[in-house]
Ligand binder design. Structure first.
Ligand SMILES: Nc1ncnc2c1ncn2[C@@H]1O[C@H](COP(=O)(O)OP(=O)(O)OP(=O)(O)O)[C@@H](O)[C@H]1O
Ligand SMILES: [Mg+2]
Length: 307
């Protein structure tokens, strides 16, 4: 998709990420599923490539697979030898970059994460420049696997993405600088949609209404935008009725509870004053209790809607 649209409206966050990578920080990109974490990471790595010597990119979403990918790429880069990886002696004479992965794949896959970590760490430590390890997804990490990642953190710079910062691995998050990716602004979302419509040549009865609808329902999440556009793309003509029927889960995001909560707060507070003014004790007491409860629960309400 990004081939036809390109990365839109992310210059600032990409620049932030590039700056942090150059500073040598471990970074975690956070944001809801499909918000564009991987896309931002990819773009930042392109930009940083010339300056940072060595980048290892891991696309697997499971820790074990990530460590296998790491070993594989380090072999290819001659950062790791067959001997260090404890492969059979018959491989020891061959440089890592010349070993056929197919021949050793199963052996490496059977290694434990502990063994992989023990092979990889000394090799990372002796690299001339500290390697940058870019991990596409760290969301599903378990505490046991985290320990191996923490060991890697000592000898490489790790930049990763997570759609959720699970509390069970918070020690990892503590070591990382967080950059959170926000939904696209309405105007950027609009541009993405327009670009797509023009490229694909979609037939739409009332384009403005359609675009506004997609902007709203997608909540500014690029993946949600594409889901909806791909779905509409199947229709010969998108008429008004079809637009009204369109829904996307991500749309909930634009729902703003703030005004509702503020009005509720004002009502409760005014209850007290009305009670005081009219001498209605019950109203006065209820208003006071309401205000206390409101202040307590407001905290949880805001937490609940992700603020
Ligand atoms: N700013 C943008 N402009 C245009 N397209 C974008 C933008 N950001 C992301 N995309 C596209 O949206 C899709 C989803 O983005 P991406 O895969 O980067 O999201 P993600 O946050 O990594 O999702 P996940 O949590 O599932 O890994 C991709 O096809 C990507 O190319
Ligand atoms: Mg991703």
């Amino acid at each position: 998709m990004d081939k036809i649209i390109g990365l839109m409206g992310r210059d600032e966050v990409v620049a932030d990420l590039v700056a942090e990578i150059r500073k040598g920080k471990h970074v975690i990109l956070t944001g809801t599923v499909g918000i564009g974490k991987s896309a931002v990471l990819r773009e930042a790595l392109e930009q940083v490539n010339a300056r940072v010597g060595l980048i290892i990119r891991l696309h697997d979403h499971q820790a074990k697979g990530q460590f296998v990918e790491m070993a594989r790429q380090m072999l290819e880069l001659d950062l790791l030898t067959a001997k260090e990886l404890e492969l059979p002696a018959s491989f020891h004479g061959t440089p890592g970059s010349e070993i056929d992965w197919a021949e050793i794949k199963n052996k490496v896959n059977r290694m434990s994460m502990r063994d992989l970590t023990q092979s990889v760490i000394p090799a990372l430590a002796k690299a001339e420049t500290k390697p940058v390890i870019a991990v596409d997804d760290l969301t599903s990490l378990t505490p046991t696997q985290m320990a191996f990642w923490l060991a890697i953190f000592e000898h490489a710079q790790v930049v990763g993405c997570a759609s959720e910062k699970k509390a069970r691995v918070k020690k990892l998050w503590w070591k990382m600088k967080e950059i959170s990716i926000r939904p696209l602004s309405k105007s950027v979302a609009r541009d993405v949609i327009k670009q797509y419509i023009t490229t694909k040549g979609m037939l739409i009865e009332s384009p403005d209404q359609y675009i506004s609808h997609v902007v709203k329902q997608s909540g500014g999440v690029p993946q949600a935008i594409y889901d909806m556009l791909d779905e509409s793309g199947k229709e010969r003509l998108i008429d008004k009725r079809k637009v009204r029927e369109m829904r996307h889960e991500a749309g909930i995001q634009y729902l703003d509870f703030t005004p509702m909560v503020m009005i509720l707060g004002a009502l409760i507070v005014s209850m007290r004053y009305i009670g005081m003014g009219t001498g209605d004790k019950t109203l006065y007491i209820m208003g006071g209790m309401g205000a206390a409860l409101f202040l307590t629960f407001r905290f949880f309400i805001f937490k609940g809607v992700g603020r």
